[in-house]
Structure formats: C-alpha cells, structure tokens
Ligand binder design. Structure first.
Ligand code: SAM
Length: 205
C-alpha cells in the first residue's frame, strides 16, 4: 500500500475511530456478544473495553500491522484472551461452525468485497450464531447521498479504501443473513455523510 496506507492511515483511523462519540455505539453493538467471538477489521482494539463478561475469547482479523501494534496495550490488559487469527476478512483461515458470535464495527466500508467477507463470517459462525454490526453507509436522505457519491473517490484515497455509500443492510442480507435487530440513525456529532449508521444483529438464514 505504501507509506501513507501502511503507516499514516492506521494512525488516522485510531484517532478518528477512538473519538468518544463512538462509545455509545460500541457499547450497544457489543452487548449480547457471547462465547468465542470473531472480530473482522479489529483495528487498534477500540472495542475491547466494551466486550461483555459473556465473551470467552476473541479471534482478531486485521491486515494492518500498525493497527495491531497500536492495539497491544489494550490487548495485553484485556481480561479476555485475544489472538490475531487472520489478515483478511474475505478469506478466514478458520474452521466452519467455530464461533458463537461475530463483530464488525466501521469495517464493511473498507473491505474490498464485503459480501465475500460476510459469507466467510457466516461460514465460521455456529448455527444460530449472531453477527453484531455497526457500520456507516448510504444515508436515507437524497441530499446527503448526493454528497456521499461526490466525496466517495476522495474518501477512498484518503482513508484506506473507505466507502461512504455502501448499503450495509443489503450487503448483510446478500451474504445470507436475516437481520433481526436494526437501528438506523445519524451519529451525534458526526458529519451526516460519515455518520449514517446501521447498528444491529443478524443470524444466518
Ligand atoms: C475504519 S477501521 C475500523 C477499525 C475498528 N473496527 C474500529 O471500530 O475501530 C477499518 C478496519 O478494517 C481493516 N480492514 C481493511 N481491509 C480489511 C480486510 N480485507 N479484512 C479485514 N479487515 C480489513 C482496516 O485495516 C481497519 O483496521
């Protein structure tokens, strides 16, 4: 990816994603996680403080070495064992039917083929296992959508391939999940183009 992508982008993401306004969403999306969890796009481990006591272990999937390095303090002080278990959500080196829950937060915007990644998540989840997600995506309002489409090429260049205008719920459904809980809202304090969130859970159909 080059110096900017490998070294600068993970630090920008650590700063931007670490802003306190995301905490209520992290708390909500992590509630109900249980047993062995696979988290795709683990980043710098910003969800660690929000894992509930019902989590036994976390398999972290993260391509960026710098992000994993930035996560180390949190990983080492986590009461839950966390192991870096893969580099690419689109191809998980993990057994079928292995995990009780899965987590993705602000990641489906960036994975080049999010449906393939979600199908991988579905494969490694046990029957009845639940995917928890909070993701930004295409806004409900046309005037915001217009800005999202306009700004998308710049967003992708500056933020490591991040897309503003993906339809998150459709992607989850296309991968074979049924969404059973969903809240869609603009995040307080975020620009609307970046803050149109879908927060929910889904189970394999
Ligand atoms: C905006 S960050 C979000 C990080 C973290 N989930 C959070 O909430 O703070 C997106 C993350 O997805 C990771 N990512 C990019 N491509 C990926 C892929 N193919 N598989 C898994 N993760 C990927 C990036 O390295 C980055 O850490």
């Amino acid at each position: 990816m080059g110096f900017y992508g490998d070294h600068v982008v993970p630090r920008i993401i650590n700063f931007a994603c670490g802003m306190k306004m995301g905490d209520p969403q992290r708390r909500r999306v992590c509630a109900g996680l249980t047993g062995d969890v696979v988290e795709i796009g683990f980043g710098s481990g910003l969800n660690i403080p929000f894992y509930p006591a019902s989590v036994n272990s976390v398999a972290a999937i993260e391509p960026a070495d710098v992000a994993w390095k930035l996560a180390q303090k949190r990983v080492q002080s986590s009461p839950v064992p966390i192991r870096r278990s893969g580099l690419d959500g689109q191809s998980l080196p993990l057994d079928d039917d292995r995990f009780d829950s899965a987590l993705t937060t602000w990641t489906l915007c960036t994975i080049p083929d999010p449906v393939t990644a979600l199908r991988e998540v579905r494969r490694v989840l046990k029957p009845g296992g639940r995917l928890h997600f909070v993701e930004h995506g295409l806004a409900p309002d046309e005037n915001v959508q217009r800005w999202q489409h306009r700004l998308n090429p710049m967003q992708q260049r500056l933020f490591g391939g991040c897309n503003l205008n993906r339809q998150i719920v459709s992607l989850v459904q296309e991968a074979g999940f049924s969404v059973d809980e969903l809240d869609q809202f603009y995040e307080n304090g975020a620009p609307k183009a970046l803050g149109a969130l879908s927060l929910g859970t889904a189970v394999a159909r």
